[in-house]
Design a protein around this ligand. Structure first.
Ligand code: ATP
Ligand code: LTN
Length: 334
């Protein structure tokens, strides 16, 4: 579709303030593909409404997520940045793929099980078919790679299964995508309960470091991070708190665990926590400065959204039309 250029696609929900988990596990890695891939990065607002949202907040966060994509180094000239609901082909292909997805396979999705336990009063059909819309997002662009955190691997796998099933019935329709998961930062854990994923929808804001937290807040949160009763900075089975802090430090500095252990030999957890806070705050400062500039320019963001949606629609509609033709939908031109 793109003169033999491979395609990268990913998405982030505007369902809360973005965290360093979103940054290290996903957004930071999107830009690695900008040079050699055709890149589509989407703000997936249709996914976000699978749990209740306050409309004004959803709107604000949609602008913020786009501004953060740009502040994290995604140049809109090199990447198609857009909002999912502004490209209707996503929902249309999502419906079609619902008819090629089995109830049983959706029932096995761990995110569905987690989210339905968390939102027991609102286990809606959208929460259940969430992975089907995600498959539509990916398949519309004939995507080769999907940069995501490890928690999304299962969703990319079901997308591959749906695409393979469809291709068996209607050959040569979809490219089968591969997940690309970072070695370091694939899963950042909560600072309060380090066996749980750091999540933007966590109610305990001290457990989560947001990309837009100021320096003092970042340092305070790391100082209070839960660790075991030991003192040595060493990566070891069962020491979830310190392992998580080492993962964060490694992701921001590029250092290996052995290098970190050597650096902090003879020093205690207190020194280490302060150092993690400092590297995190230093790395986020330029992102925050750029973000402030972009978020204050709503007209620019809207122009980018419009341009992104037009570009994305062009490619998405080509795949949608191919699928509709294969299925036997009548297409009239003109
Ligand atoms: P929510 O809490 O609303 O479910 P989330 O924080 O899990 O949201 P998503 O929008 O679902 O965030 O995820 C966007 C991307 O960030 C995905 O690729 C996901 O794998 C990645 N991601 C989210 N949290 C983490 C984390 N703690 N560590 C690494 N990657 C993460
Ligand atoms: N489900 C993803 C967000 C998402 C996504 C996508 C990621 C929606 N559509 C397509 C990659 C590709 C999540 O992070 N929870």
């Amino acid at each position: 579709m793109f003169q033999n250029q491979p395609v990268s696609f990913s998405g982030v929900q505007p369902s809360g303030n973005l965290t360093i988990g979103n940054y290290l596990g996903a957004i930071r890695n999107f830009s690695h593909f900008s040079e050699n891939y055709k890149c589509f990065y989407c703000v997936v607002d249709e996914h976000a409404i699978t749990v209740r949202q306050v409309p004004a907040e959803l709107r604000r966060r949609t602008y913020e997520t786009l501004a953060l994509y740009m502040a994290c180094g995604l140049d809109p000239e090199k990447n198609t940045l857009y909002v999912q609901s502004q490209v209707p082909a996503h929902a249309e292909l999502g419906w079609i793929l619902n008819c090629f997805t089995m109830f049983g396979e959706l029932s096995r999705m761990t995110q569905f099980k987690d989210k339905s336990a968390k939102h027991a009063d609102n286990i809606n059909a959208g929460l259940f078919t969430y992975p089907v819309l995600m498959a539509a997002d990916i398949l519309l662009y004939q995507t080769d790679v999907v940069p995501v955190g490890i928690d999304q691997k299962q969703h990319v796998e079901i997308c591959r299964d749906i695409a393979t099933r469809f291709n068996q019935l209607y050959p040569d329709t979809f490219t089968i995508p591969e997940p690309v998961i970072p070695k370091s930062g694939m899963k950042i854990m909560s600072l309060a309960e380090p066996t749980k994923k750091m999540s933007k929808s966590d109610e305990n804001t001290n457990a989560v470091v947001y990309i837009l937290d100021d320096r003092d807040t970042i340092i305070r949160k790391f100082k209070r991070a839960v660790t075991d009763s030991g003192t040595e900075v060493r990566y070891a089975e069962g020491k979830d708190g310190i392992n998580n802090l080492m993962t964060i430090y490694a992701s921001f500095t590029g250092k290996t665990f052995e290098e970190i252990e050597r650096e902090f030999e003879g020093k205690g957890y207190g020194d280490f926590k302060l150092a993690v806070g400092e590297v995190c705050a230093d790395a986020l400062a330029p992102v925050q400065d750029t973000f402030k500039r972009y978020i204050s320019d709503k007209a620019m963001l809207e122009a980018q959204m419009k341009k992104g949606a037009q570009e994305a629609s062009y490619y998405a509609n080509r795949t949608l039309s191919k699928v509709q033709k294969k299925l036997g939908f009548v297409q009239v031109r003109g």
